[in-house]
Design a protein around this ligand. Structure first.
Ligand SMILES: Cc1cc2nc3c(=O)[nH]c(=O)nc-3n(C[C@H](O)[C@H](O)[C@H](O)COP(=O)(O)OP(=O)(O)OC[C@H]3O[C@@H](n4cnc5c(N)ncnc54)[C@H](O)[C@@H]3O)c2cc1C
Length: 392
């Protein structure tokens, strides 16, 4: 049988696209290499799926062309997805910073998408790995790992990014783009913990498990969220966010007390109670283990009263403007997303169709559009999937 539309990948973007194309009367088949659909939805948001963000707008997306996502995000918005979730009577709540999570399980979102697909008559085949695609005059042929060959008029590539190879993530979508002469932008792991080496790593790993609210900056971009010390370096939302902006060789600047002018606080404390030690005073503002690591050194030995102005400045800078250079990231093994991908110069922003190859579409994470942490990446999957679904 020839299908109107074949979609490679039953992830967030592929399932949304399938339901929309099916509603428009197209015959739709989704091919998924895994034995279950929506695996990344299932594990997302700690099992509760941060499915969108109330504040989603183009400003929270990275791309070589920051304007590319505007059309799709405005054609299918977070409010549209919230309406769909409501329609399926799935309970949800705002956790923080506009992030919406299921009250129950992320599986509810997968079931919702499957129900939408079923109602629209879209079919799903699991354990169906696409190995090879060829262009024919009427559309495309696809060869599965089993050797079976299928034909379709339109082909949608929704194969996701390279993050978490253990879950079967591959570079298939990128290779397919290249095969059809579609350009790629450089890909790298994003929303990923940062790793350190040498003495700095010793210092950080000694604090493993400590979490603080912090402002982390790289260049002109900063995020104020939780920061977590780990045995390999730094993690937590503030670090994952900045990892999308950091590049090898650059420093990051961390403010461990963004609400406090620590120099002023140290000066005041020196005046009021000069007998306390610098680390005991910092321990009133920061977790004790952290205060000790920063200030319990021979450099700040003795009392606050005995510290020179220069030393107070240096100590304050270590808290308000701590500059460190990561050695790298944990890579795709733990990254939540892949930055970069199919070059948006070769895609139509309204439909996601490849300009050089009519009938071929790229949606979701495989495209060079990457969101911040906080439900933005799913919103891109829904919006881009919906747009392609209206066009195929
Ligand atoms: C641990 C973790 C937690 C996350 N939490 C959140 C969150 O809470 N909120 C948020 O917004 N984002 C989150 N993300 C990011 C989000 O999961 C992705 O951005 C999103 O799933 C991308 O959707 P997609 O449909 O483009 O790709 P995917 O969901 O990755 O789907 C791609 C599908 O294609 C299939 N496939 C690949 N190649 C082939 C082939 N050759 N043949 C057949 N099938 C193939 C894959 O098996 C997969 O099922 C998280 C990511 C991770 C790793």
């Amino acid at each position: 049988m020839d299908w109107d539309v074949v979609i490679i990948g039953a992830g967030a973007a592929g399932m949304m696209c399938a339901a929309e194309a099916g509603k428009r009367g197209r015959t739709v088949l989704v091919l998924e290499s895994h034995h279950a659909p929506g695996e990344k939805i299932r594990i997302s948001g700690g099992g509760r799926c941060n499915f969108t963000n109330l504040h989603a707008s183009p400003a929270q997306f990275l791309s070589a062309n920051p304007h590319f996502c505007i059309s799709a995000l405005s054609r299918y918005t977070q409010q549209d997805f919230i309406a769909l979730v409501r329609h399926h009577r799935i309970g949800w709540h705002e956790k923080t910073l506009g992030q919406l999570f299921c009250d129950g399980s992320a599986v509810q979102i997968i079931d919702m998408l499957l129900a939408e697909m079923k109602e629209a008559g879209a079919q799903l085949r699991l354990n169906a790995k696409v190995q090879y695609v060829e262009k024919i005059p009427s559309g495309f042929t696809l060869q599965l790992a089993t050797g079976e060959v299928l034909a379709s008029h339109a082909l949608v590539v929704a194969t996701g990014g390279k993050s978490i190879p253990k879950m079967g993530a591959t570079d298939f979508g990128y290779r397919l783009a290249q095969q059809f002469g579609i350009r790629l932008t450089e890909t790298r792991a994003a929303l990923v913990p940062l790793v350190f080496d040498g003495e700095l790593l010793e210092q950080l790993s000694a604090l493993s498990g400590v979490a603080v609210p912090a402002r982390v900056r790289c260049g002109k971009t900063s995020f104020e969220e939780a920061l977590l010390f780990t045995h390999r370096g730094l993690s937590g939302p503030a670090i994952l966010q900045i990892s999308s902006y950091w590049r090898e060789g650059e420093e990051i600047a961390i403010d461990l007390l963004p609400e406090t002018d620590v120099l002023e606080a140290l000066r005041a404390a020196r005046k009021q109670n000069g007998k306390q030690s610098p680390h005991n005073f910092l321990g009133t503002l920061l977790p004790r283990r952290l205060a000790k690591e920063i200030a319990d050194t021979s450099e700040y030995a003795g009392t606050l009263g005995g510290q020179t102005e220069e030393k107070l400045r240096k100590l304050a800078a270590q808290v308000n403007d701590w500059r460190i250079a990561p050695a790298g990231t944990e890579g795709y093994r733990t990254a939540e997303v892949t930055l970069g991908g199919v070059d948006t110069r070769d895609l139509d922003s309204k439909t996601m169709q490849a300009k050089p190859v009519p009938g071929l579409y790229f949606i979701g994470e495989v495209v060079d559009v990457t969101g911040w942490l906080g439900g933005y990446n799913f919103q891109w999957a829904w919006s881009s999937g919906w747009c392609a679904g209206q066009s195929v």
